[in-house]
Design a protein around this ligand. Structure first.
Ligand SMILES: Nc1ncnc2c1ncn2[C@@H]1O[C@H](COP(=O)(O)OP(=O)(O)OP(=O)(O)O)[C@@H](O)[C@H]1O
Length: 258
């Protein structure tokens, strides 16, 4: 399997605080990888470095053989990396359908002029958009809520809508920051199934931050464990679950959600 993303000796300092220190790991194409660790371990900082929100202090981030560290976030998004956020970011007053549609518009190939004169290119583009939105509604099981305003969706469905919006941007690598936060066990199981399904249907690679261990252990091909900004361990779910260092630093904690 080829490597789609690699962090090489990546360090991020905030003043005197090393949030991420000398981090090295690889993500294989078409895999689902997990990033876990106690609160403040540096997980979200790594997402912010990969997506260009933060500049690295040192080191390289390589995506499809290109160094992307310190590039503008929009350029990184254009290269095919999309993310969701720990705190949900939706257009709260728009419907589920409209939320996805606005994201799909990012990939249209007609110009403003085509839209103004409503020519054939515009009409076929719009038809494709509608099909794309419907497909995303269906795969994320949101079709029956398509006319509900985002703010009125139950929390678990808002999280699924966020993923649908991210998928609308047609990423190659999707970063999910605590996608199951606030979900009950049933919703979490459903989400696990959906994440596997989108990986298969969209030929996606996923990197997932999550405290719900059922989800991580249920879907990840590989897990990287962080502690105090450093890599504590890396391996298969089996290796991680039985690693004494991981159990001591993280899995033994009472607030890890199993
Ligand atoms: N913009 C910032 N300025 C200063 N310190 C920051 C900044 N962003 C993160 N940090 C610090 O870096 C460390 C790592 O934070 P980060 O949010 O990456 O942890 P995390 O593993 O995602 O935690 P959680 O599981 O609670 O979301 C923390 O000590 C945090 O306070």
């Amino acid at each position: 399997m080829t490597t789609i993303l690699e962090l090489k000796n990546v360090t991020k300092q905030f003043g005197g605080l090393t949030a991420v220190g000398d981090m090295n790991f690889q993500v294989k194409k078409d895999s689902i990888s997990g990033l876990i660790g106690p609160n403040g371990a540096g997980k979200t900082t790594i997402f912010n470095l990969i997506t260009g929100i933060y500049n690295v202090t040192e080191g390289d981030i390589i995506f499809e053989n290109n160094k992307i560290q310190n590039m503008e976030p929009y350029k990184i998004a254009d290269m095919g990396i999309t993310r969701t956020f720990q705190n949900i970011r939706l257009f709260k007053k728009l419907t589920t359908y409209e939320n996805i549609l606005t994201a799909c518009h990012y990939n249209t190939d007609y110009s403003v002029l085509d839209a103004v004169i409503r020519n054939k290119k515009f009409k076929s583009g719009e038809k494709k958009l509608v099909q794309q939105v419907q497909a995303l509604l269906e795969i994320m099981e949101l079709t029956d809520r398509k006319d509900v305003v985002a703010a009125n969706l139950p929390y678990g469905l808002q999280r699924r809508l966020e993923i649908a919006r991210a998928l609308a941007l047609q990423p190659k690598l999707l970063l999910l920051d605590e996608p199951a936060a606030g979900m009950n066990p049933d919703e979490t199981i459903k989400l696990m199934r959906l994440i596997q399904q989108i990986r298969d249907e969209f030929n996606l690679t996923l990197l997932v931050i999550e405290h719900h261990m059922d989800l991580i252990m249920g879907i990840c091909d590989k897990v990287v464990v962080l502690n105090f900004g450093k890599k504590l361990a890396e391996g298969t779910t089996q290796e991680i679950q039985t690693n004494p260092k991981v159990i001591e630093a993280y899995l033994g904690e009472e607030d890890v959600i199993c």
